[in-house]
Design a protein around this ligand. Structure first.
Ligand SMILES: Nc1ncnc2c1ncn2[C@@H]1O[C@H](COP(=O)(O)OP(=O)(O)O)[C@@H](O)[C@H]1O
Ligand SMILES: [Mg+2]
Length: 258
């Protein structure tokens, strides 16, 4: 479990998070939503100790990240797989070598064991046959999936996804959402999905945390996002519904011409 207690974070005069508390429960799929610039990625970086709060604490399985030594933090970070927004693949390497990278760097597996694990990860993201390809040759959706294969290579307990569907077409986004669900079930991991894509939220999340201003304004089960008492969340959801409606196959004429 990840327990965020009363964290605040500023960069100079920019206050990004103010007294934010949040629990991430074991085995759940939690979506952290909010507008661009609302502090979603900043909050996510605190979960894995890449940023330290100005005040407050982040506990991972009971251990306070803020007080952990460098060595301990390194150990705790091994429990996390992070799929960063850009994917951050090495385009000078083959797909297999990209996935093998963390295994060669952080595990003591033999080269034969590395190759076996790479193939398992490719199978899990349903890209079994592309190991030899250079990642520069791959489509945006495939690159995301290779990034995901690399993220799960070291068998993390927590997977953090930063905007996993941004920049992808709706069909490819659905494939990624399916994979998030598939991996959550198959690997028994805890998933945190940072997104402003309500489509993705409804497809994957058990619970939703909504950031607005510097505050975590609302946390609740996904079933309740359409029917909650928070006006800012209401308008966020409404704006997204319009987007989803407008991109549907046959929108009403008045909407499509708007
Ligand atoms: N390392 C940093 N230094 C200064 N400002 C930052 C840093 N990281 C994020 N910010 C600022 O914090 C705000 C929240 O950023 P971010 O968490 O990336 O938003 P988002 O919700 O889109 O993920 C933004 O205004 C961003 O410019
Ligand atoms: Mg972000």
């Amino acid at each position: 479990m990840i327990d965020v207690q009363n964290i605040s974070k500023s960069f100079g005069s920019l206050h990004v998070l103010d007294d934010v508390s949040l629990e991430v429960h074991d085995g759940e799929k939690l979506a952290i939503i909010g507008r661009s610039g609302s502090g979603k990625s900043v909050l996510m970086k605190h979960l894995v100790g890449l940023l330290k709060p100005d005040t407050g604490h982040v506990y991972v399985d009971g251990e306070d990240l803020c007080c952990a030594s460098y060595e301990r933090l390194r150990e705790l970070r091994k429990r996390f797989g992070v799929l960063f927004q850009g994917g951050a693949l090495f385009d000078s390497m083959s797909t297999s070598d990209n996935i093998a990278f963390p295994l060669r760097y952080f595990s003591s597996l033999s080269e034969a064991e590395v190759q076996t694990r790479v193939q398992e990860c490719l199978d899990l993201v349903r890209l079994s046959d592309i190991g030899a390809k250079n990642t520069a040759e791959l489509s945006g959706g495939m690159r995301k999936r290779v990034g995901l294969a690399r993220t799960i290579a070291l068998e993390p307990q927590y997977i953090l996804y930063d905007e996993p569907t941004s920049g992808l077409d709706p069909e490819t986004s659905n494939t990624i959402n399916d994979l998030i669900n598939h991996l959550a079930g198959e690997l028994n991991v805890t998933s945190v999905v940072i997104t402003h894509d309500m489509h993705s939220v409804l497809a994957v999340a058990d619970r939703v945390a909504f950031l607005y201003g510097q505050d975590l304004e609302w946390v609740g089960p996904v079933e309740n996002v359409h029917d909650c008492a928070n006006p800012n969340l209401n308008s966020f959801v409404k704006a997204s519904q319009y987007t989803i409606g407008a991109s549907a196959a046959s929108p009403p004429v008045s909407e499509s011409s708007a």
